[in-house]
Design a protein around this ligand. Structure first.
Ligand code: IMP
Length: 429
């Protein structure tokens, strides 16, 4: 029995989907445990590009059972949209997709709440606008949260919406005169329509997963976002609203963390971030600078929102922190090929804060904001590496960069990726 987790060690978009795809052959079930349709997963498979936000990317592999765990917030519109898109692309979706009856439902009023709190606010987080934060708020409030399983009980759902929607309308109107208003019956009818299609997929997924473990099946946990966006352990308040580090696995799937046998931490060869928040190694060096070069070559544009991603040097203070937090066993380095045109490459090995040098990642965003990166500089390799398939195909400078990362993170590097295709992968161990 194997229980593997693929988790991002930066601020998301580490190309985790490719690693999940490489691992599917050895696993039976793929599980998402956090977030919602805020995740942007782009997978290139057999020459086709698939974009998924809510469904686990493992669903692209025919033998895999895909699970949307209880820790997610589910917008049925997105769910059905992704199912339709997959079917249109020839991917079978039926009993191979299950969604937890305990996952929470996103309603249009969540998107409206998010729009009103984010637009023009000095305190804006720069969210994806998918209603994620407000839905998690309702989950924790208890009185306003509605779970996927409630879709299967029409009278009960109508009663709940009749209690909740007037409260929402009142709160939204108090927030802004131009706030949208919602009608409980119309929402109920709309969601009962979705329920008819979702019904066969809705299950107690915690039980399903624990039974699968007992039966000796191999589970693959697919983290969404990155560990630095974790609501408890990330750069709060510039985080998402779920536990996106491995901390979310137990609560978000119902599988006890003691079962995890392999934790793979995924990093890019550099750092990117979308949305607001501190980013010590950001290269904000103009339209022809290195930051812009990385953005262009790495096609660093948000999958969900289309926003250009902020880019910068690899921050190993941050990575060491999230690797330790996540109990990571090995690291994979993605998009190494993106750095191939650079003369020299920097790695942040420490910060300076208030004239003190530290290798500790600060727990608060306002402190991280004051940290200045201390860099080590390595020579670039200045040649195309996208055809490399073994460690010895890599130029010496690229190998040196990889070895230095392994030494500084104090973990083995198991895979280096040199392009989006499955074949553009170098097993290092
Ligand atoms: P939310 O998850 O939409 O509430 O957004 C909160 C923060 O997390 C924002 O900075 C988003 O840009 C960021 N975020 C959410 N999902 C992802 C992701 O999949 N990749 C990268 N950043 C994300």
């Amino acid at each position: 029995m194997a229980c593997t987790c693929v988790v991002g060690l930066q601020w998301g978009d580490e190309a985790k989907g490719k690693i999940v795809d490489l691992l599917t052959a050895d696993h039976h079930i793929v599980v998402r445990y956090n977030g919602g349709a805020n995740a942007g997963h782009t997978i290139v498979k057999n020459g086709k590009t698939y974009k998924l936000s809510l469904l686990p990317t493992g669903i692209l592999t025919p033998h895999m059972q895909a699970v949307i765990g209880n820790g997610l917030v589910v917008n049925p519109v997105r769910f059905l949209e992704e199912v339709t898109n997959l079917r249109d692309a020839g991917i079978a979706v039926g009993a191979n997709l299950v969604v937890s009856d305990h996952a929470h439902l996103i309603f249009p009023y969540h998107m409206e709440e998010e729009r009103l709190t984010e637009q023009g606010a000095a305190s804006a987080i720069g969210t994806t606008g998918r209603g994620i934060g407000p839905c998690y708020q309702d989950k924790v409030s208890r009185s306003n949260g509605i779970r996927v399983g409630e879709l299967l009980h029409p009278e009960h759902l109508r009663e709940r919406l009749h209690a909740i929607v007037p409260r929402k309308n009142q709160a939204l109107a108090a927030f802004s005169a131009d706030a949208k208003r919602f009608d409980a019956d119309a929402l109920c009818d709309e969601y009962l329509g979705y329920a008819a299609t979702m019904r066969p997929h809705i299950q107690d997924t915690g039980r399903l997963l624990r039974q699968a473990l007992k039966a000796g099946k191999n589970l693959l946990f697919e983290g969404a976002q990155g560990s630095l966006l974790d609501v408890d352990h990330g750069t709060y308040p510039y985080v998402t609203s779920s536990n996106s580090s491995t901390a979310g696995i137990w609560s978000g799937s119902g599988v006890p963390a003691r079962n995890l046998s392999r934790i793979i931490g995924v990093i890019k060869a550099y750092t990117s971030r979308v949305g607001r928040g501190p980013f010590p190694t950001e290269l904000d060096d103009g339209p022809t600078g290195i930051g812009a070069t990385i953005r262009k070559i790495g096609r660093e544009v948000g999958t969900v929102t289309g926003r250009p991603r902020r880019c910068g040097w690899l921050d190993l203070v941050a990575v060491r922190y999230s690797a330790a937090l996540g109990g990571v066993d090995e690291v994979t380095i993605m998009l190494l090929d993106v750095l191939s045109t650079l003369d020299e490459i920097k790695i942040c090995t420490a910060y300076e804060i208030d004239a003190q040098r530290t290798t500790d990642f600060p727990g608060d965003a306002f402190l991280l904001d004051r940290c200045k990166p201390i860099y080590e500089t390595l020579p670039g390799w200045k040649q195309d590496i996208s055809a490399a398939r073994t460690p010895s195909d890599l130029p010496a400078a690229a190998r040196r960069y990889v070895d230095r990362i392994a030494a500084l993170v104090e973990l083995p590097v198991s895979i280096v990726s040199v392009g989006p295709d499955r074949e553009q992968t170098i097993p290092m161990m």
